[in-house]
Design a protein around this ligand. Structure first.
Ligand code: DGL
Length: 269
């Protein structure tokens, strides 16, 4: 009885962890396309193709509902997948909308006209492909007016995390925050718009300073998933729970165990 959770690699574990805490009875099947990570430097065509392949694999394994716990896939590939139509009884959802709904003070499905919201200056840290897609700004503009969003494409960060080089990853965070601050010196809030980045939340906090509220997606997505499952009980599928990777199972097992602080075992897709 598993919900599918997909990411290019380790980042989706930040969403999985929050979802498991919020829904302790629920089973999850995690799929990391580590052989093809990072997605954030790939072309939109590539991201589309790889995301569709992974989602179909999770559907095939019995997951009725697949969460794209990857902003890059959500920003670049989700809309086309949904518009093309999904098989009967299957669904795919992204991580963007719960985040934007929270920032714009909306409940699920509130499609009323854009209005003023409390927040005015938002810094977005995301992968180059997410930033280039402008999906965050587009979703924001549907719901809010008068919000200034400054985006910083954080090249190299996902690669460093996937390679286990956290020193390099932290150094890159510092330089991306400096670059953002040159464009927007005093953001009110910083959105960690890549599911890998909460693994570096302390580095972001330190570089941004105490006055900036850091927004991570894990809990927002977990709450929104709980809400969704209340309304759609049939979306719990019959797949088996576990952890799958297209990459090196031992490396993923070690890294995931370290990040989540509990034993995790990855198997080959
Ligand atoms: N965790 C993915 C995201 O949220 C990382 C994408 C990548 O592989 O570059 O965007």
């Amino acid at each position: 009885m598993a919900i599918g959770i997909f990411d290019s690699g380790l980042g989706g574990l930040t969403v999985l962890d929050a979802a498991q805490s919020r829904l302790p009875q629920m089973e999850f099947l995690y799929y990391a396309d580590s052989a093809n990570a990072p997605y954030g430097v790939r072309t939109p065509e590539d991201i589309q193709k790889l995301t569709e392949r992974a989602v179909k694999n999770l559907w095939y394994r019995g997951c009725n509902l697949v969460i794209l716990a990857c902003n890059t896939a959500s920003a670049v590939a989700l809309r086309r997948m949904q518009e093309a139509g999904v098989p009967n009884g299957k669904r795919v959802l992204g991580v963007f909308v719960p985040l934007i709904e929270t920032l714009t003070e909306r409940k699920w499905g509130d499609n009323s006209a854009p209005r003023e919201v409390a927040i005015k200056d938002v810094a977005l840290f995301a992968t180059p492909a997410t930033v280039a897609s402008r999906a965050f700004q587009r979703e924001f503009a549907f719901r809010a007016i008068g919000v200034d969003v400054e985006a910083q494409a954080c090249a190299g960060v996902v690669d460093a995390i996937e390679n286990g080089d956290m020193i390099l990853a932290e150094g890159l965070v510092r330089s991306h925050v400096e670059a953002l601050k040159r464009k927007m010196p005093n953001p009110e809030a910083a959105v960690l718009g890549c599911t890998h980045y909460p693994l570096l939340a302390d580095a972001f906090k330190k570089a941004l300073g105490k006055s900036v509220t850091i927004i991570c997606q894990g809990n927002l997505v977990a709450n929104s998933l709980a809400d969704y499952l209340d309304r759609h009980q049939d979306m719990v599928g019959d797949g088996l729970a576990g952890f799958l990777t297209t990459g090196n199972t031992q490396k993923m097992t070690e890294q995931a165990t370290r990040f989540l602080g509990r034993p995790i075992f990855f198997e080959a897709v």
